[in-house]
Design a protein around this ligand. Structure first.
Ligand code: ADP
Ligand code: MG
Ligand code: MG
Length: 923
């Protein structure tokens, strides 16, 4: 008989059946609860029902595996034994919470039910046990409320509707003239329990179950059910979590933070999740339970205050903080509860962090010898580096704004960076306004998971309520948004679409500009210009010295390590000396693509270009090209000089010629006058250049084939500039690249021109420079005949934009109508213009590389398409064994890190497979 899978894992006492590595089966929460038990931390006992049960449930018409019931009962017995209480017992009742927990954390996506096991009988037992009727009825009241909402479905109908339970609660307080929940007595709470149950029955038709076992199965079903609720589905989509993973269910004995002033509950990060600083960071509330801290209904106290208020507990917590960091070797996010002076751990997981903090913590942890450099590299998503490069407010502009009295308020600095935009008061409005192209700041009393899309569309998020661990703060950090949370002096009025500020004479309306500084928490009326980050100030603007910026120093350490791992070289796409200099500052090691046509638009050049295009005779064309020659030479001279001996790949003219011609009547008339030709003639010429499909038309090397004099002029400009720079004692490495080659013969024609001109120039100048002639590989035919082409070409550079267009047979410029839908509907996994389509375009690249190197083993191969700065494409290029990637200057740091990560993750896979084979051999 096949062994039955194990569906239920116990944790508690000193030993758990699970461990941290079992996240796929136990979910993150369950696996880490088990791990904490195993390392000796105080965790209330419980058990985890595996994600396999969730999968089973959805594959079997929402039924459970047969043995589950018995397994749950058996696990409950163990919990009872450890906790010394019995589930459903009238004298000594055990209460539990039912908590969801998927493999990847999905904050607030599914609801937790607390205090389960209470009914009119067990509540009496709880009273006797605690001698505290008010506490017992408060717990009961909370339980009925949560269960009524999550399991029995009594909740607000839409965003304007109020929570039906809160309405009843409010009425009760009003009737007795109370302001706070805490003023309600046991008797009032008892009444509320009955009123809640009646409301559930009235509005949903559901009877509140009194039997604790029935309650338990109802809650388990609700957790599995919530896996497919809309919030969860949206969150999974946004975070690439497959539905097939399923969620686990954790059933855990309750501990109570609401047992009086020696009890409390809190959440904390072992380091500051916003700045990365190595300080204990968190919040807590005395006499509170569960979500009170995160919900933002009461403003919690910073954890540093606990050190004063309860030094003993603080010390214990701080010790646990150190144990956890040492054990997990990472910053952890923890949830804890204090029951009558005793500390209990309820959750831990690797903490979410800003890109800012991610970099700082990884670098610090290497310096603290907690992790290796390799691990530091692995931990940082390349795109997180963007946050270090992100704008901050111009300090003078900001000061001016403050001097003008525009500082409205100060909230919590929950997500760093600076943002300025128009106020949107609902997530939906934020989405709509952003779609209009306006920068948006989403301003809410507090946010909830329904707001995710609107948050995503906004530049920044501002809330009036909630702490550093509120929903707004967590999600904003994850998305890399600027966020100011808990700004209590804002009085937000959704109905009237306005915001008032306590103690100020200012009213802001929806659509007005507002500015928020997520690094300081300041909220300022009106627009403020933003300015470059410290890294940019050091590297690019050179307005800050490296010594003055610790952010820069951290960045620099990380990038140095990345460079020591990566094998791929990083180049940049740059057409001007200033761009090239920026790229070098960011660590570029050459230019992978210099587009000569971009130079054609500057100053008066376009006139000479147009003259060249409309020429009827070779002589006229040569005359026009002669005007361009000195200008192009000057451009190349500047670039070579800036690149100080780094290789520079220059592509000969590529785009269809009509792109250079005017289209409006007025412009055509003006051009006719300055060229001194009849307007009709010019119009006829322009019309003759019209193409049905310019992308596949008269462009690339086809231009130079028909008009060799163009290539001639460009080759001369390049080689002359190279000789001039070499004459100054500066190294130069020109690489001349022929675009859109589909056959060796095309390449040879262009190569012959380049070499002939080069020899002429060398003779004239009495000096030689070494140079290469290679080609772009951007057509499928070039890939499959690459062994032929490599007979001539000294290097290859994949032009993955055109290669993607021609492989899919779709024009990028026309793909806007349907490609987004393809991605949305998962017809294609991602937009192939964003990340290389590995199985199609990538396969052609592989063929091209292999065939090219079969002819020329040391063939240098790179990529210069837009993909060169996209992390997964960079990884792919590494795996293909390319020599370099080339990307825009500001993406160079991202490409450097991505290239290092490709090595690190490859090492990891190798290590793993070695282990596997070794294990197999042992068997
Ligand atoms: P989430 O996944 O949304 O964080 P949790 O399952 O962690 O939900 O539950 C939310 C909160 O409920 C916890 O932070 C904790 O304060 C409280 N809670 C959950 N289980 C228990 C328990 N067994 N005893 C006391 N409090 C609990
Ligand atoms: Mg929750
Ligand atoms: Mg939690």
């Amino acid at each position: 008989m096949a062994k039955q899978p194990k569906y239920v894992y116990f944790f508690g006492g000193k030993k758990a059946e699970g461990k941290a590595e079992m996240k796929a089966l136990l979910g993150g929460k369950g696996a880490n609860l088990a791990e904490m038990v195993n390392i000796g931390l105080p965790v209330p006992a419980g058990f985890t029902i595996t994600t396999e049960v969730c999968t089973y449930y959805y594959e079997n018409k929402k039924k459970y595996p047969k043995q589950l019931q018995a397994d749950v009962l058996a696990a409950m017995k163990k919990v009872e034994a450890v906790m010394g209480a019995k589930f459903g017992d009238p004298q000594n009742p055990l209460l539990v919470s039912v908590r969801s927990g998927a493999r990847a954390s999905m904050p607030g996506m599914m609801d937790t039910i607390l205090n389960l096991g209470l009914n009119d009988v067990t509540v009496e037992g709880l009273i006797k046990k605690t001698n505290n009727p008010r506490f017992a009825y408060d717990s009961y009241r909370r339980f009925v409320q949560m269960y009524g909402d999550v399991v029995l479905g009594l909740k607000p109908v839409d965003k304007h509707d109020e929570d039906p339970f809160e309405v009843i609660l409010h009425k009760k307080k009003e009737k007795h003239g109370f302001k706070l929940d805490t003023e309600l007595t046991a008797e009032h709470l008892k009444e509320l329990v009955a009123e809640f149950k009646a409301a559930i029955k009235e509005h949903t038709g559901n009877e509140f179950p009194n039997d604790p076992m029935e309650q338990l199965w109802g809650a388990i079903g609700a957790v599995f059910g919530s896996w497919m609720n809309e919030r969860a589905i949206v969150y999974r989509k946004l975070n690439d979590i497959p539905a097939s993973w399923g969620t686990a269910v954790n059933v855990q004995s309750m501990v109570f933070g609401n047992m009086g002033e020696d009890s409390g509950t809190g959440v904390a990060f072992t380091r500051d999740a916003a700045s990365g600083e190595n300080v204990f960071y968190g919040e807590y509330l005395f006499n509170a339970q569960g979500e009170d801290v995160v919900a933002g209904t009461r403003t919690p106290h910073p954890i540093s205050e606990l050190a004063k208020e309860n030094p003993k507990i603080y010390k214990e917590l701080d010790k646990i903080r150190k144990i956890l960091e040492k054990h997990y070797k990472d910053m952890m996010d923890i949830e804890f509860t204090i029951q009558q002076g005793k500390l209990w751990m309820l959750q831990c997981r690797v903490g979410k962090r800003t890109g800012f903090a991610a970099v700082k913590m990884a670098v610090d942890m290497v310096k603290e010898k907690l992790i290796e450099k390799e691990e530091a590299i692995r931990r940082i998503e390349p795109n997180q580096l963007n946050q270090l490069l992100r704008p901050i407010f111009d300090i003078n502009e900001k000061r001016k704004a403050i001097d003008e009295g525009r500082l409205l308020a100060k909230g919590l600095n929950a997500g760093p960076g600076a943002a300025s935009g128009r106020i949107a008061l609902s997530a939906q409005d934020a989405e709509e306004m952003a779609a209009q192209g306006d920068p948006v700041i989403l301003v809410r009393i507090e946010t909830s998971p329904e707001d995710i899309k609107g948050m995503n569309a906004s530049e920044g998020i501002l809330t009036a309520r909630g702490g550093m661990t509120s929903h707004a703060a967590l999600v904003a950090r994850q998305m890399g948004k600027v966020c100011v949370a808990g700004c209590g002096s804002l009085k937000i009025n959704y109905k009237e679409g306005k915001i008032e500020v306590e103690g100020k004479d200012i009213v802001l309306k929806e659509g007005d500009y507002i500015s928020i500084d997520g690094s300081t928490g300041e909220v300022i009326a009106g627009k403020i210009e933003t300015k470059p980050s410290e890294v940019i100030q050091v590297l690019i603007d050179k307005t800050l010295s490296p010594k003055e910026s610790s952010i820069y120093q951290t960045y620099e350490s990380l990038m140095k390590w990345a460079d020591s791992f990566r094998r791929l070289r990083i180049r940049t796409n740059a057409d001007q000396p200033d761009q090239a200099l920026n790229a070098i500052a960011f660590g570029a090691e050459g230019i992978g693509l210099c587009r000569t046509e971009h130079m054609f638009f500057g100053g008066d050049r376009i006139l000479s270009v147009r003259k060249m295009i409309v020429s009827d005779t070779l002589e006229d064309r040569k005359a026009a090209l002669a005007e361009l020659l000195p200008l192009q030479r000057e451009d190349f001279y500047g670039i070579f000089k800036a690149m100080k001996g780094y290789p520079v790949t220059i592509r000969t003219l590529d785009p269809p010629l009509h792109e250079f011609l005017p289209h409006s009547e007025r412009e055509i008339r003006e051009l006719a006058i300055s060229l001194n030709i009849p307007e009709e003639k010019l119009v006829a010429k322009i019309n003759s250049l019209h193409e049905f499909n310019p992308m596949l038309g008269f462009r690339g090397c086809r231009l130079g084939t028909l008009y060799p004099e163009i290539t001639e002029m460009q080759a001369r400009a390049i080689i002359e500039a190279a000789c001039d720079v070499a004459a100054e004692g500066i190294k130069v490495k020109p690489e001349i690249m022929i675009p859109l080659v589909s056959d060796l013969n095309e390449f040879k024609l262009q190569e012959a021109i380049v070499r002939r001109v080069a020899d002429e120039v060398f003779k004239e100048k009495g000096r030689k420079v070494s140079y290469l002639v290679g080609t772009m590989i951007e057509l499928p035919r070039a890939c499959v005949t690459a062994d032929q082409i490599a007979k001539g070409a000294e290097f290859f550079s994949f032009g993955t934009n055109d290669l993607t267009q021609t492989t899919f047979g779709l024009s990028r410029d026309d793909s806007g109508k349907f490609l987004p839908m393809y991605v949305q509907e998962e017809i294609l996994p991602t937009d192939p213009f964003e990340a290389i389509d590995r199985s199609g375009v990538g396969e052609l690249m592989k063929i091209g590389t292999q065939k090219g190197r079969s002819t020329r083993p040391d063939l240098k191969v790179g990529i210069c398409g837009e993909h060169g700065g996209e992390p997964s494409s960079v990884e792919f290029c590494h795996l293909l064994g390319l020599n370099y990637v080339s990307c825009s200057p500001f993406r160079v740091p991202i490409a450097r890190l991505a290239a290092a990560r490709a090595v690190v993750s490859q090492n990891n896979t190798v290590k793993k497979s070695v282990k596997k084979t070794a294990a197999k051999k042992k068997k």
